[in-house]
Design a protein around this ligand. Structure first.
Ligand code: MN
Length: 204
């Protein structure tokens, strides 16, 4: 059975950039629903229910065809949100930008950190409808992509290290239709230490 991970900080820890009420509904209702639907879809499939969700969604051919779309959507939702919570931080754990090997590769790939932010923001802003913007490691290189619905870079064989939820449920209470403003403010809460750790893990 998949279970809802606790937020690594208080619901109000991302204020004023992401409001407490949004975090409550997003975590307790939306994320919880993906997990419930995932468990329901895999009822009786014990071997699949004990797999790490990232592994499960990376190889959906293991899943019976009758529930594959459900597992893709809800397994993706579980994996994406689990990472989303962890790659944001309360004020004590924040820093404005990455450093070390990750910063070096961002500079080498995108020019500099500001240009990386612009390109990533544009991916989130340009995603029509619901979906995500991603920074992933693909064959040892950094790539920025966006996906629809709850699709994940894991489904394409790459490893996401930072994801931004641009579904309206992620920002509508505070920002209404202003997705660009939500994205601009979200940069304030990114947990660069955690993103660096995930980057390093891909090189092991
Ligand atoms: Mn969401």
């Amino acid at each position: 059975m998949f279970t809802l991970p606790e937020l690594p900080y208080a619901y109000n820890a991302l204020e004023p950039y992401i409001d407490e009420r949004t975090m409550q509904i997003h975590h307790d209702k939306h994320h919880a629903a993906y997990i419930k639907n995932l468990n329901d879809a895999l009822l009786g499939q014990e071997a699949l229910l004990v797999m790490p969700v990232e592994k499960l969604i990376a190889d959906l051919s293991l899943v019976p065809e009758s529930v594959r779309t459900k597992v893709k959507n809800n397994g993706g939702g579980h994996a994406n949100h689990s990472m989303f919570w962890e790659t944001m931080a309360s004020s004590a754990n924040r820093k404005p930008a990455p450093s070390g090997a990750l910063l070096e590769m961002i500079n080498a790939t995108f020019g500099n950190f500001e240009q990386f932010q612009e390109k990533f923001s544009a991916a989130g802003l340009g995603r029509f409808g619901s979906g995500w913007a991603w920074l992933s490691v693909e064959k040892g290189k950094l790539v920025i992509t966006d996906t629809q619905n709850q699709d994940s870079p894991f489904m394409e064989g790459s490893t996401p290290i930072l994801g931004l939820d641009v579904w309206e449920h992620a920002y509508y209470l505070k920002y209404q239709n202003l997705r660009a403003e939500y994205i601009k403010q979200w940069w304030n809460v990114v947990h660069w230490g955690e993103v660096e750790k995930r980057f390093t893990d891909t090189t092991k």
